[in-house]
Design a binder for this molecule. Structure first.
Ligand code: ADP
Ligand code: MG
Length: 229
């Protein structure tokens, strides 16, 4: 019965997710159909404008589908020991241009030597990319994002601290809920993916935030195989 309950829980979550996806994708699709219709009967000058809107909507659908595939598709999960420091460095390199454009500096603060940890490297990179992107997107006045790595016994804590808009207290519980977004171009799927990845690594993730001050995300991960933190 426990198995059955678990399965039906999974199915209802899946059903909710599917309903959400259908809804989220229908909005841009409806708008795309509308603009394609207009395009058919329109003069050259307006065409560029309509096509621009269509491309924005197509990109949105593409983002949603892309992020869903990360959760839905059973990817080749290969656990191995990988250098956490290398992962963080490469993620910072990846996002640095985006940060610099917004006058944001990403600083890596390391406790002592960071160990290799037992993980699926691509998933952890994805996790840190999603978190750092949220920090960058929350910081419109520029500033500093600090990535601190703190060693614990058998585990490691990665702290991402930004100086962004912050999250209202009554919204903290919504983080990780599919399609919860406050951004015009957001998918609301980034944190759902983060929660899933952290769970699959037997770790935990928590958020602290103060409005107009910033947000701190803490990810705790075990160093060794299948030890829960
Ligand atoms: P998206 O980034 O597409 O909106 P996410 O799941 O990544 O979706 O994030 C959901 C919401 O959580 C964001 O829209 C934002 O309101 C809030 N959020 C997440 N991280 C931060 C952060 N570092 N600072 C402020 N708000 C955040
Ligand atoms: Mg995001």
């Amino acid at each position: 019965t426990e198995e059955l309950i678990r399965k039906s829980e999974k199915l209802s979550v899946l059903g909710e997710l599917a309903a959400g996806v259908a809804h989220e994708i229908r909005n841009p699709l409806t708008s795309l159909i509308g603009f394609a219709q207009l395009l058919k009967e329109t003069d050259e000058e307006m065409k560029t404008k309509y096509v621009t809107i269509m491309l924005t909507e197509l990109k949105r659908i593409n983002d949603i589908v892309g992020e869903l595939m990360l959760v839905a598709k059973p990817q080749a999960v290969h656990f191995e020991y990988s250098s956490l420091e290398d992962m963080l460095q490469s993620v910072i390199r990846l996002l640095d241009t985006q940060a610099i454009i917004k006058n944001i500096q990403i600083q890596l603060k390391v406790d002592k030597e960071i160990p290799s940890i037992y993980c699926v490297e691509n998933q952890l990179k994805q996790l840190f990319i999603n978190l750092l992107k949220n920090s960058i997107e929350a910081m419109d006045q520029g500033g500093i994002i600090t990535l601190a790595v703190i060693m614990k016994k058998g585990s490691v804590v990665i702290k991402i601290e930004d100086q962004g808009s912050g999250i209202p207290k009554n919204r903290l519980g919504k983080l990780g809920e599919p399609f919860y977004t406050t951004k015009e171009k957001g998918t609301g799927l980034g944190l759902m993916v983060c929660y899933k990845i952290v769970k699959e690594h037997y770790g935990n993730i928590s958020f602290e935030s103060e409005e107009n001050k910033g947000t701190t995300v803490q990810v705790k991960l075990p160093i060794y195989p299948f030890s829960v933190v």
